[in-house]
Design a protein around this ligand. Structure first.
Ligand SMILES: *Cc1c(COP(=O)(O)O)cnc(C)c1O
Length: 494
């Protein structure tokens, strides 16, 4: 299948190329030329395991990958999750379901894509005959960095470099990254926020000068952020998987519409749900949940995207984003695949920090999406009440989504089955979760985790316990202007 750029000036002959490259040459994002229809495969999925569902969904876009080999890669990737299930569904109350996406190696939903991406990329570059070494640059708001490091560590012919915002990630997230093992990895703090990291990385991608310098060294750049289609496509699977599980357990009948509530930052996760709907999954509303950085809430209400606003550091750092990259893919679709218009909106965003969609576009967005937000106080309250009521411990990101799910239900009276996507283990943010549940303020992450366990009996994952004794390998910090030279230096390192 051919892939188009959202900005209209590049094409990829197939998914392999789109994944190996990451970003289109014109600065746009690759999107599939068409969406394969899988609405008639749902029944079949009720009878298969997660890895097989993934093989089916991913394979429908990746026609040039060998089907059997792709399936074994999925079996390997999802074998790294507890019980081989990347997306177990937990029922907490009538009509309220939690899709737990955090049982992978690094305890965040990013693992669903990043346990598989190394295979997709390695294979993709082989299919395209790319001979250079691939250097993956990642800007992280906390979870992508670790999941990508773990996925790509010691991958053959690939190096990976992660940039995270100083002070913009949780203690556990930082520890997870700075203790990363592997000979092909590097982690650097950037003095700034996530948007600064993301902009710095995007500028490096589009710099002809750096790309030429790297080419001379036999290196090309690629991305493991959700701007890479290879990150999005594995995420489509769990929307189908959740639906199939609800059918299997008799909660719904095939054809019934269900809603998904998604804690949103860079708009990758929820976009995968929108793609699933385009592929024939019966989805009612996609509900976009934001924290105090509620630029998306405003966008879906007014049609105006305006990133000129105060940036808040919240207890859900992976959603502390003002410029959501993947919204570009949605704009492309909602404009009737108008690349010229999408490109001009992205140019406005870059120049003025804002753009607007027209009335018709806004109306069609409102048909598919609902958006709301929860501030810090609401988030703490939600964690507390959810534990009191259901004995279930939410991480702060999932709590934002759960809070918005309740607000939506109250406002709309929508009685359809609603699935809340749970994106991280509470033990990645133990201080805040503990504070919410017991009122205790303990600054040490491990002591907080221990107290959280004593309060809730929610088991502490091995990945967290093992962090305590790991050697810290990375401590470099640079200013935004220092990212380029850091990349060049790492490219030279043997
Ligand atoms: C990345 C992340 C999000 C946001 O997902 P997007 O795809 O960027 O919208 C939400 N919660 C957690 C825990 C995350 O790691």
């Amino acid at each position: 299948m051919k892939f188009l750029s959202t900005r209209g000036k590049s094409v990829a002959p197939n998914a392999a190329y789109a994944i190996a490259k990451g970003l289109a040459e014109d600065g746009g994002l690759f999107v599939p030329e068409t969406f394969p229809y899988l609405g008639d495969k749902i029944k079949e999925m009720t009878e298969t395991e997660y890895a097989e569902r993934a093989g089916l969904v991913i394979g429908s876009f990746l026609n040039e990958y060998d089907e059997k080999e792709l399936l074994s890669a999925c079996v390997r990737a999802y074998g790294k999750f507890e019980d081989g299930d990347a997306a177990p569904l937990v029922k907490t109350d009538d009509g309220f379901f939690i899709l737990e996406l955090f049982h992978g190696p690094t305890l965040a939903f990013k693992d669903v894509a990043l346990t598989l991406l190394p295979y997709l990329m390695r294979k993709g570059s082989d299919i395209c005959g790319i001979k250079e070494q691939i250097l993956i640059l990642v800007a992280t708001s906390g979870d992508t960095g670790k999941a990508a490091l773990e996925g790509f560590k010691d991958a053959e012919g690939i190096k990976i470099m992660v940039f995270y915002p100083t002070g913009g990630v949780s203690d556990m997230q930082k520890l997870q990254m700075c203790t990363q093992e592997g000979d092909n990895v590097n982690v650097v703090a950037v003095n700034g926020n996530f948007d600064d990291c993301q902009t710095a990385v995007k500028n490096i991608f589009s710099s002809a000068k750096i790309n030429a310098e790297l080419k001379e060294k036999g290196v090309i750049l690629s991305s493991a952020n959700s701007i890479n289609f290879g990150r999005l496509v594995p995420q489509i699977t769990y929307y189908f998987s959740a639906y199939a599980d609800l059918v299997s357990s008799g909660e719904i009948n095939i054809g019934d519409e269900i809603n998904f509530v998604v804690p949103t930052g860079n708009f990758g996760n929820i976009l995968a749900g929108y793609y699933a709907k385009k592929m024939g999954l019966p989805v009612g509303k996609l509900i976009c949940a934001s924290n105090s950085n509620n630029v998306l809430t405003e966008f879906f209400v007014s049609g105006d995207y305006d990133a000129n606003r105060e940036f808040f550091k919240t207890m859900s750092p992976s959603m502390d984003i003002l410029v959501s990259s993947n919204l570009e893919r949605l704009l492309f679709e909602v404009s009737g695949r108008n690349a010229e218009l999408t490109a001009s909106r992205m140019a406005e965003l870059k120049k003025y920090g804002k753009y607007s969609v027209n009335k018709e576009e806004l109306a069609s967005l409102k048909k598919e999406f609902y958006a709301d937000c929860a501030d810090e106080e609401e988030c703490l309250e939600e964690i507390n009440e959810f534990f009191e009521e259901y004995g279930y411990v939410l991480d702060p990101h999932t709590a934002v989504a759960a809070c918005v799910a309740e607000k939506y239900k109250e406002y709309s009276g929508d009685g359809r089955v609603t699935v809340v996507l749970s994106t991280a283990s509470p033990y990645k943010f133990p201080q805040n979760v503990l504070k919410a549940i017991s009122g205790e303020n303990i600054s040490d992450a491990f002591k907080s985790a221990k107290r959280l366990y004593e309060n809730t009996a929610c088991p502490i994952p091995e990945e967290i316990l093992s962090l305590k004794n790991k050697e810290k390998r990375f401590s470099e910090a640079v200013d935004k202007s220092g990212t380029e030279s850091a990349v060049l230096a790492f490219a030279d390192k043997k």
